[in-house]
Design a protein around this ligand. Structure first.
Ligand code: NAD
Length: 284
């Protein structure tokens, strides 16, 4: 069997085109969705992500503000900036790029963002709403996975989803969103015993491990849907996922590639959440 390839790039493009139209409507009614991104320090990968968020926002007509601060910015100054953005009527989404320098508490900064503008879905209020199955801002990467499956007409209802990884930004919310979509969910992690025995029972495997090519055909039931969240570099410095694509595609029924799978969906859902927030503010 050779798996169908789930083209995240094409799906992301379609959703961004839909958002662009929605933004035009919002603008015509007097609201321009605004996203503020704050970055502290010089981490090159974080700057690349932030530049990409800025570019993607502008492309679809979102008002974008980026605040780039040096690594020695104080926690107090960052909290003050967040408070300023919380009160800024032109801003509907606030994202503080992680990781932050060690002298700044990420928890404190996330807690300081207004839950109504927390388009990353990291604030404990929004995480709590996800847990109790309420509509809110969901973490962009797992939400992107759900949207991608929806667009491919892949229903999770009654299916066994095995999530590998339990991080707060990917694994846990991916499991909770799958549950919300009526899947039977198993979460595996670094202490899971006999991982392959568990994953071989999965109708859908979501791999968010951070180990290059970790999931192979041996982990899969024939026909399983495989969602590869990983963004890693292999020994040759080439981008690769957590799934050994070449082996897995022979057993899987459908699979996301890296790059071009989950990755493009993440920023798309940030834009989606920003538009959702602008719509909610406009309706007040
Ligand atoms: P993380 O390091 O926070 O979490 C990794 C998880 O994998 C942990 O919960 C751990 O228990 C589990 N794990 C580690 N070793 C394991 C093993 N041997 N067997 C089973 N489970 C194991 O990472 P994260 O932030 O969740 O990210 C995971 C991957 O997804 C990374 O490659 C990251 O770069 C990528 N990522 C991609 C996007 C995207 O937009 N595509 C977004 C976020 C993260």
């Amino acid at each position: 069997m050779t798996a169908a390839i789930i083209d995240g790039k094409a799906i992301a493009k379609d959703i961004r085109a839909e958002l662009k139209e929605e933004i035009e409507e919002l603008k015509a009614a007097g609201t321009t969705p605004g996203l503020a991104v704050v970055i502290v320090g010089e981490d090159p990968a974080s700057h690349t992500y932030v530049n990409s968020k800025e570019k993607s926002s502008k492309e679809i007509g979102i008002h974008s503000e980026v605040y780039r601060f040096p690594a020695d910015l104080t926690e107090e100054a960052l909290l003050q900036k967040v408070e300023e953005l919380n009160n800024d009527k032109n801003i509907h989404g606030i994202l503080v790029q992680l990781p932050l320098p060690k002298h700044i508490s990420e928890d404190k900064v996330i807690d300081a963002i207004s839950p109504e503008k927390d388009v990353d879905g990291f604030h404990p209020v929004n995480v709590g709403k996800l847990v109790i199955g309420k509509d809110t801002f969901y973490s962009c990467t797992p939400y992107g996975i759900m949207k991608m499956l929806e667009k491919e007409n892949i229903s999770l209802e009654g299916r066994h989803v095995v999530v590998i990884g339990r991080s707060n930004i990917v694994g846990k919310p991916a499991a909770l969103l799958s549950l919300m979509n009526n899947a039977t969910v198993t979460i595996c992690h670094s202490r899971t015993k006999n991982l392959k025995e568990v994953t071989r029972q999965a109708d859908v495997v979501i791999a968010a491990v951070g180990i290059p090519n970790y999931v192979t055909a041996d982990h899969l039931k024939p026909g399983a849907i495989v969602i590869d969240v990983g963004i890693n570099r292999n020994e040759d410095g080439k981008l690769c996922g957590d799934v050994d694509f070449n082996s897995a595609k022979e057993t899987a029924g459908a699979i996301t590639p890296v790059p071009g799978g989950v990755g493009p969906m993440t920023i798309t859902m940030l834009l989606y959440n920003t538009v959702k927030s602008a719509r909610a503010f406009a309706a007040k």
